[in-house]
Design a protein around this ligand. Structure first.
Ligand code: NAD
Ligand code: UDX
Length: 480
């Protein structure tokens, strides 16, 4: 029986390995982590992450050919293939702080693999890493390996949160990069044969190591760039009376451009886009390509601009002050169908409103109060773009309450900010909400999910990203 061990039981390691176990009953899969609480949760009925369809997959395989354990060394020792799916966040200190990927976790996993291995292994980079990381990992493994042979593969993950199981069942492509040597080709084939259990052969792409590593950063940069492009257009739409949804539709019907990923929003969030673009920017700078670095940096600058533009719009519309006004925040996760708040635009928007002394009442169907309070009290690290929002002090955190119901959040509020596109926010009883709010009552729809005309009929003043402005909003221009 082939044995797989995956180091890192997070948003990628957990779901990816659960799907491999489900699709390959003849393979034994162990997912290991240094975090005891995460592994305990994976072994319980309350999984550590919320992801539609995940419970079902885990229930079918856990205890049969899928195991979650903190005994990292034992499972690495026994494995034929070791996936490394540890976090690779942006460095916050030292050389490259604010841009470079922090490979501390990766390096310590590689050193541990070298230490405990007694047989040849394939080591798979599942984490998103800077191009050329495989070379560094190879050095660590071969300098400590006591004659054991390691083959390094790059197999970046393209799943998106909220649709992880769907994406893993039916991926656009699986990408495997390896050394162009007989041993490298053999290792690529071994990994390919695992995915071939359920992924059609033509969708399994094989490349050299560096192409696979760079393709992951490039894919995320292209995706984020589309969002920043449509968000940049949204500002121009508001200034001119065009409607960004009509513009995006018209642009997207060109088959060379395509319709997906053109939803204007309050800004993109999530643990990947910003981190991976910063990493790309850093790599460009290190390779003496400042113009290329500048080009990609702009994607993040527009994203920052979009978030502060939203805050300014809220404040400007409400007579240029939200001091001591209750603002309801509907949605805190970085997108619907996840409880993940990493880099969510809600953090920046809430901090911006708190900077203007608002009282916030926050509701998200999947994010806990603890998580929200922690996110709002952390200091953002700086990089070489001006930090646009003030860090929140403990006093301002007292101005935040987290509630478990949209009606409670909006009661007596002056305004509502919709920051995550949860389906349930489309069908709220807005008449009831309006009656219980201060007047004039505002809705700022950061995801363009509500029927603005219907809300206007009720009496709300409505702001939708990139749509023609109400007379009220036109009279109260926001300066970005
Ligand atoms: P995560 O933080 O959810 O999980 C990483 C886990 O690794 C943590 O539980 C941590 O405790 C564990 N870990 C760290 N060092 C360890 C060690 N030495 N030994 C054992 N366990 C260790 O991160 P994630 O969101 O799953 O992301 C993992 C990687 O995948 C990152 O490089 C990320 O960029 C990439 N990625 C993420 C997504 C996504 O949607 N989240 C999608 C594609 C790629
Ligand atoms: C992303 C990539 O899509 C995925 O391939 C990669 O493996 C990890 O990073 P994820 O961050 O989980 O996935 O979600 P994604 O659906 O890409 O959304 C990212 C952010 O962009 C969210 O905040 C989302 O709301 C926003 N977004 C997305 C928009 O604002 N407009 C869009 O049209 C699409």
């Amino acid at each position: 029986m082939v044995k797989i061990c995956c180091i890192g039981a997070g948003y990628v390691g957990g779901p990816t390995m659960a799907v491999i176990a489900l699709k390959c009953p003849s393979i034994e899969v162990a997912v290991v982590d240094i975090s005891v609480s995460r592994i305990t949760a994976w072994n319980s009925d309350q999984l550590p992450i919320y992801e539609p369809g995940l419970d079902d997959v885990v229930k079918q395989c856990r205890g049969k050919n899928l195991f979650f354990s903190t005994d990292v060394e034992k499972h690495v020792f026994e494995a034929d293939i070791v996936f490394v799916s540890v976090n690779t966040p942006t460095k916050t200190q030292g050389l490259g702080a604010g841009k470079a990927a922090d490979l501390t976790y990766w390096e310590s996993a590689a050193r541990m693999i070298a230490d405990v291995s007694k047989s040849d292994k394939i080591v798979v980079e599942k984490s998103t890493v800077p191009v050329k990381t495989a070379e560094a990992i190879e050095k660590i493994l071969t300098h400590n390996s006591k004659g054991i042979k390691f083959q390094i593969l790059s197999n970046p993950e393209f799943l998106a949160e909220g649709t992880a199981i769907k994406d893993l069942f039916n991926p656009d492509r699986v990408l495997i990069g390896g050394r162009e040597t007989p041993e490298g080709f053999k290792a690529v084939q071994a990994l390919k044969s695992i995915y071939a259990h359920w992924v059609p052969e033509e969708r399994i792409l094989t490349t050299n190591l560096w192409s696979a590593e760079l393709s992951k950063l490039a894919a995320n940069a292209f995706l984020a760039q589309r969002i920043s492009s449509v968000n940049a257009m949204s500002a121009l739409c508001e200034a001119t009376g065009a409607n960004v949804q009509q513009v995006a539709y018209s642009v997207g019907t060109d088959s060379r451009i395509g319709p997906k990923f053109l939803n204007a929003s309050v800004g993109f969030g999530g643990s990947c886009f910003q981190k991976d673009i910063l990493n790309l920017v850093y790599i460009c700078e290190c390779n003496g390509l400042p113009e290329v670095a500048e080009y990609w940096k702009q994607v993040i600058k527009i994203n920052d601009y979009q978030k502060s533009r939203f805050v300014n719009r809220v404040v400007a519309s409400m007579f240029n002050t939200v001091s001591n006004k209750k603002i309801a925040i509907l949605g805190f996760a970085f997108k619907k169908d996840t409880g993940d708040t990493r880099e969510t635009p809600a953090i920046d928007v809430c901090q911006g409103l708190l900077g203007d002394k608002a009282n916030l009442s926050i509701f998200d169907p999947q994010v806990t109060e603890d998580q929200i309070q922690r996110d709002l009290s952390m200091n953002k690290f700086d990089w070489d773009h001006p930090i646009h929002l003030q860090p929140t002090s403990p006093t301002t955190v007292k101005k935040v309450s987290v509630v478990w119901d949209a009606y409670e959040a909006t009661k007596d509020a002056h305004g509502i900010c919709i920051l995550t596109e949860w389906d349930e926010f489309k069908n709220l009883d807005y008449q009831r909400i309006y009656e219980n709010m201060q007047k004039p009552a505002f809705v700022f729809d950061g995801r363009n999910i509500v029927d603005a005309d219907k809300l206007r009929e009720i009496g709300f003043i409505v702001y939708s990203i990139g749509k023609p402005l109400d007379a009220w909003l036109k009279d109260m221009p926001a300066v970005a």
